[in-house]
Design a protein around this ligand. Structure first.
Ligand code: MEV
Length: 388
């Protein structure tokens, strides 16, 4: 029987790996060319990506236009298989263009840009342990910050848990990771602090890791002139701006009251956010995970955005967590991500990137709701230009 248990598969060259696949899967010579010839990265770049590459995987890099965010115009790079996502982003951004989309990092947020967690286990006297840790908070923070020039740990909090297995404690280290996403720094700082706590208290630690319930806390807002919302279907059916606005507000109310709808509403937001995240080499799973928790932060899963009527405008507000970075991570290993960040988006900070992603999420959401309130999904998913 053929087996996938190939020892040291990771040590093989790209061609050797392809040869093994060819044999295992009975691929023809032509079929292996899909891996070889459609690979647009050179051998060196592909190898540098690390761990078992056999080719690279091309998704379209699309550009959304009409984005005005905090007074600046952007062409937004989006990597996503679905054409209608980018068509939607452009449509939503165009509706918002008059006043632009305001997007800013929440100052004084309760959410940390990154959190490092430590699990202490088998604790006999948790109160005593907590007291020691909190009394030595500043010293532990100093230790955490040693050797880190661009990131800063600024707070420590503890929580005790009882289980049938014994008592344990979580230590959360609140970190500003500068322009990095913060996963590596959060784990590194947690390990340093865990060792110090163990020395100080004699308590063992089981594990150290980032908490993905963290990220840049962003709020985005758009004010759309109601008359701009008017639209027409291919068959000629027309909706007045007020009708579309009311449809969108009703959809927002639906999402606020029904988890089944709220999840789909948020999926529409993530369509835009994830596409920018992939284009810029971000860990989009971290962004997804952070917002699973953020959407349910008050105990019930809620939409990340809300739309209401205000006089001649319809106002949309979105709030979410965006763990992202413009240095470190995998960005440097993916040449196009680096190009997209520096040359197309020209972002100067990770905060700016988070603000852009939230603005795209809001525009994407607006486009989806406008479509649902009018032409419906089938027509909305028709590409603008069919290939001739
Ligand atoms: C489809 O990818 C996204 C939508 O379902 C979002 C929504 O329903 O709000 C259209």
């Amino acid at each position: 029987m053929k087996s996938s248990a190939v020892p040291n598969f990771f040590k093989l060259s790209i061609n050797e790996r392809i040869a093994i696949l060819k044999e295992f899967l009975d691929l023809t010579e032509e079929e292996t060319l899909i891996l070889k010839n459609l690979c647009t990265l050179g051998f060196k770049e592909l190898t540098a990506i690390g761990e078992n590459p056999v080719s690279n995987y091309e998704l379209p890099l699309r550009i959304a236009n009409y984005f005005k965010i905090n007074g600046t115009d952007y062409f937004i790079p989006m990597v996503v298989e679905e054409a209608s996502v980018v068509a939607g982003a452009c449509y939503g951004a165009k509706l918002c263009y008059e006043r632009g989309i305001e997007s800013s990092i929440v100052k004084q947020s309760n959410y940390a840009k990154a959190i490092g967690q430590i699990q202490l286990i088998n604790i006999k006297n948790p109160l005593e342990a907590e007291r020691k840790i909190l009394e030595n908070k500043n010293r532990l923070l100093e230790k955490a910050n040693e050797g880190h020039r661009f990131s800063r740990a600024y707070n420590i909090k503890t929580r005790v848990f009882e289980s049938e297995h014994g008592k344990s404690m979580t230590v959360n280290i609140y970190i500003d990771p500068g322009d990095a996403m913060g996963a590596a720094v959060a784990s590194a700082m947690a390990e340093t602090v865990a060792k110090e706590i163990s020395k100080m208290t004699g308590i063992a630690y089981n594990s150290c890791i980032i908490s993905n319930f963290s990220g840049r806390h962003v709020k985005a807002k758009a004010e759309v002139p109601v008359e701009r919302l008017a639209r027409k279907s291919v068959s000629g059916k027309k909706w007045r701006g007020e009708e579309v606005r009311d449809g969108i507000v009703w959809l927002s109310i639906w999402a606020e009251n029904d988890v089944y709808r709220a999840v789909t509403h948020n999926k529409g937001i993530m369509n835009g956010v994830d596409a920018v995240a992939v284009a810029t080499g971000q860990d989009w799973r971290a962004i997804e995970s952070a917002n699973h928790a953020f959407a349910a932060k008050n105990g019930t899963y809620k939409p990340l955005s809300r739309w209401r009527s205000e006089g001649d405008y319809m106002v949309g507000e979105l709030e979410m967590l965006i763990p992202c970075g413009i240095v470190g991570g995998e960005i440097k290993k993916i040449p196009k991500a680096e190009f997209v960040l520096r040359k197309i988006l020209r972002v100067k900070s990770a905060d700016q990137l988070a603000e852009i992603m939230a603005a795209v999420g809001l525009a994407q959401n607006l486009a989806a709701l406008s479509m649902l309130a009018t032409i419906g999904l089938k027509e909305g998913h028709e590409p603008h230009r069919k290939i001739k």
